[in-house]
Write a protein that binds this ligand. Sequence first.
Ligand SMILES: Cc1ncc(COP(=O)(O)O)c(C=O)c1O
Length: 359
Amino acid sequence: MKPVPGILDISPYVGGRSQAAGAGPTYKLSSNESPLGPSARAIAAFQQTATSMHLYPESSCASLRKAIGDTWGLNPERIICGNGSDEILHLLPQIYAGHGDEIIFSEHGFLVYKIVTLAASATPVVVPEPDLRTDIDGILKRVTDRTKIVFITNPNNPTGSYNTPTELRRLRAGLPKDCLLVIDAAYADYVDRNDYESGIELVATTDNTIMTRTFSKIFGLGGLRVGWAYAPADVVDAYNRVRGPFNVSSAAQAAAVAALQDQVHTAESKAHNTRWIAWLSEQVTALGLKVYPSVANFLLVEFPPTGKNTAAAADQFLMKKGVIVRAVTAYGLPNCLRISVGSEAGNRAAVAALKEFMS
Ligand SMILES: Cc1ncc(COP(=O)(O)O)c(C=O)c1O
């Protein structure tokens, strides 16, 4: 059988590695996961669902949508839930684009956008990123009458940069009304900046704008696969027609509700990140490496393009020391590595290994 156009052009997504070569302790700093793990309340809620695992989940995620609505002050009717935000990102191009349509995203944006574009047989339009920041004017210049979706990651993964609300408003205002603007705010919960907004305001005040979020990062539920989006009513309606009827498991729904209730744990996760990202950034910069400013839970570190201290050599060296980081060649950044903020021990091990590598 021949797949529809686009499918065989997809390079399958490769997640962060989790195995290191050495025998000592390993620190997985390759997937932007929460070093504090899930809340104890989320674990308890997950366990409580065990005896009813023979029953199908509640299909509309009603309790979870209510809990999300209560947390962020949103109308639950305008919330959709997915098997990770990945599922939502995957289905939007299938709903709104097809052969001959164009989908725009930024050069170093999340890899999944290209996959989901090709999976819908649509054409990816990649916008260069000067200074490793999403270029709003660059996007607007590439809009044609075939543009159906624009994906923005804010803050961006893997660069850690972000765009301001003013920039996003300008983007929305410059896009055709019937072009969907998807603001992927997977790392919004970590950001501590006055000039940042996750996109809620823009979704509420403009047409055809959608913001996606995840429970995989600050809430520590990556293994359970829960994401959500705040979307216009017609997008909610279309999504609910195409998604799997039981796309979020009972355990995942229960754990996500409990995670939202544990505000102390969320605050601790954020405080841990704020403290250690500053420390990592300072320590790695002191080794003579370029560290891009990040508002998320990871740092992009640039290595010399040639010589003995390249990113590829550092990756191998760190691996031998049990520190697993993310090579970002697939993101068009062959001279960089992305290091997630880990536990104190993981962060110290990463810096110690980098120090040895550089000396
Ligand atoms: C920018 C961005 N969007 C979405 C996701 C996917 O999140 P989820 O686990 O909810 O599918 C990730 C995960 O790494 C991400 O970095």
